[in-house]
Design a protein around this ligand. Structure first.
Ligand code: NG6
Ligand code: CA
Length: 520
């Protein structure tokens, strides 16, 4: 699926150049106004814009996220690039649309690192600016060389090879094997006498699987998820070995929150960039006992409470270290929400009127709005005036916007699709970036410009049996007026052929890279 490949790769000679730009810690930024701010980018998994009380949820309460929203900017029109995790995170960290590169679909747990080590990532940019950089939590961008990860050796390349000084990650998703943490290239707690074997093709070892031993599972699959059983939960993929390294699902939030807090504390006296991915609220939804049963909406609601707790812990840490004022804290989701994502956890039955998608159409995987529209909060007490932000904003633009904030010149080819949208990010521009491109599960692209959203024609199925979500694929072009029809109920393409032609042309130009920096 290579489309107009415009690599974010650079020859080795650019890296020393960037390193040469490194400035001493604590130096004033381009505007000469403040010390370099710390940046924490917190990305939740499969969280809906309707899952937070600050966005209107009433059945579940998210007090910490609400206070983050009240102290910062709350975006109403912010988007992930893609409606699934791997491409969405790829776009954020590389500043390149994931659909320009072939291997950016949902990554298995033994995938190679899909970001080329020659790519100058957002983490590289921060490092070149003298920041301490770290990644904690869900990764889902692969680890190791092509041909599959060997979890028994020091794994290279890893996140440390693309700009992160520190790495503590869940390799893929919590429903995929191996169910272990990787810290700086090594599986945490691995006994060398009990090596790990992983396969996504066939069963390995003799651990029970959901398919063969359904009587052993404590959470039944509704779709797929019937390979190796770990902690009573059948996963995607087979594994054996590494018993001493297996995570405890109930403890994951505590573990990653602890690691994030430790990273922040260790770097409180220098600028730092922390990229943190929570496993919440992705399936399998397994809250710690202190959250279990607390939401009244079953596990999906309980892990929203757990996620809110995590955010509260990060905020408390910043307060107690006295560094909240000059820390930019961003919160968003990687893609839209999903109710049944493959386990029978009664998420649908217990919704009780709760609307993770609000009234937007589709959900995770979809080209419709609920696929990529994300809660997006930015707090920076030193510089950002709290309020609501209706500007159009895409996560692809975070990279270039932060580069601009730091006065960091991005050479041509670096973060090629990321546009400087700093005004919207800081709340001084209420209009935003002009257009936003969205990608669904099948790589069908949409573009929003002004009031209008165009979804390109696609021969892919309207619904995949395993997602049960409307994917937004249609052999005919689709056009929606998002101002009058935010729920995308009326395809008005036939009534506005000139608008369809203009937006389809815009999309083709974006695909061809014609609107990239220096080429527009
Ligand atoms: C799908 C899984 C789903 C989830 C998704 C990736 C099945 C039936 N569904 O294939 O459970 O893991 O992949 O989600 O296996 S993401 O948020 O990481 O992109
Ligand atoms: Ca996700």
């Amino acid at each position: 699926m290579i489309r107009y490949l415009t690599p974010c790769l650079l020859s080795g000679s650019v890296l020393p150049f960037l390193a040469g730009c490194a400035q001493s810690a604590k130096q004033a930024d381009a505007a000469g106004q403040t010390e370099k701010p710390n940046v924490i980018y917190l990305i939740a998994d499969d969280l809906g814009i309707g899952d937070l009380s600050c966005y209107g949820a009433t059945r579940v309460s998210t007090p910490h996220l609400d206070s983050l929203a009240a102290q910062g900017l709350q975006f109403s029109n912010a988007y992930a690039t893609s409606s699934t995790s791997t491409p969405s995170r790829f776009g954020l960290l590389t500043g390149m649309y994931p659909w320009r590169q072939e291997n950016t679909g949902i990554a298995p747990g033994n995938s190679e690192l899909i970001i080329d080590t020659a790519c100058v990532t957002m983490a590289d940019m921060f490092k070149a600016e003298g920041y301490a950089t770290g990644v904690v939590g869900k990764w889902h961008l692969g680890l190791g060389p092509k041909g599959g990860t060997d979890f028994n050796k020091e794994i290279h390349p890893n996140a440390q090879d693309i700009g992160f000084d520190y790495e503590f990650v869940i390799p893929a998703t919590v429903d995929r094997v191996p169910c272990v943490f990787v810290e700086n290239g090594r599986v945490v707690g691995l006994d060398p006498d009990d090596p790990i074997t992983v396969s996504y093709e066939h069963k390995v070892g003799d651990w029970p699987t959901g398919e063969e031993n359904p009587e052993l599972v404590k959470m039944k699959p509704s779709q797929g998820h019937n390979n190796t059983i770990i902690n009573g939960i059948p996963r995607i993929g087979w594994m054996t070995g590494g018993k001493s390294a297996l995570w405890v699902d109930e403890d994951i939030a505590d573990v990653i929150t602890g690691k994030a807090k430790a990273f922040i504390a260790a770097h409180k006296d220098e600028p730092f960039f922390l990229y943190m991915g929570t496993q919440d609220v992705h399936v399998p939804r397994v809250p710690h006992p202190r959250f279990a049963g607390k939401s009244g909406m079953g596990p999906r609601g309980d892990v929203i409470l757990q996620l809110d707790w995590t955010v509260g812990e990060i905020m408390h840490t910043l307060d107690s270290l006295g560094i909240a004022d000059n820390t930019i804290l961003v919160f968003c989701s990687d893609n839209g929400p999903v109710i049944d994502d493959g386990y029978q956890d009664r998420a649908l039955e217990l919704l009780n009127g709760h609307k993770p998608m609000l009234d937007y159409r589709g959900g995770k995987y979809s080209a419709y709005e609920a696929g990529t529209r994300t809660p997006f909060l930015v707090r920076w007490p030193a510089r950002i005036k709290p309020g609501k932000q209706d500007a159009l904003f895409s996560m692809i633009d975070v990279y270039a916007s932060l580069a601009r904030l730091l006065g960091h010149e991005l050479p041509q080819g670096v973060a090629p699709d990321s546009r400087d949208n700093l005004g919207a990010f800081l709340g001084t521009d209420s209009v935003g970036c002009g257009y936003v491109v969205q990608q669904n599960l099948n790589n069908t692209l949409s573009v929003i410009q002004g009031d209008w959203k165009y979804i390109e024609p696609s021969d892919k199925p309207a619904i995949e049996f395993w997602t049960k979500t409307e994917l937004g694929n249609d052999p005919k072009p689709q056009l929606y007026d998002l101002t009058t029809d935010p729920a995308e109920k009326n395809n008005v393409a036939a009534a506005h052929p000139e608008r369809v032609a203009a937006l389809s042309q815009l999309l083709e130009r974006i695909k061809a890279g014609e609107l990239q920096k220096g080429r527009e």
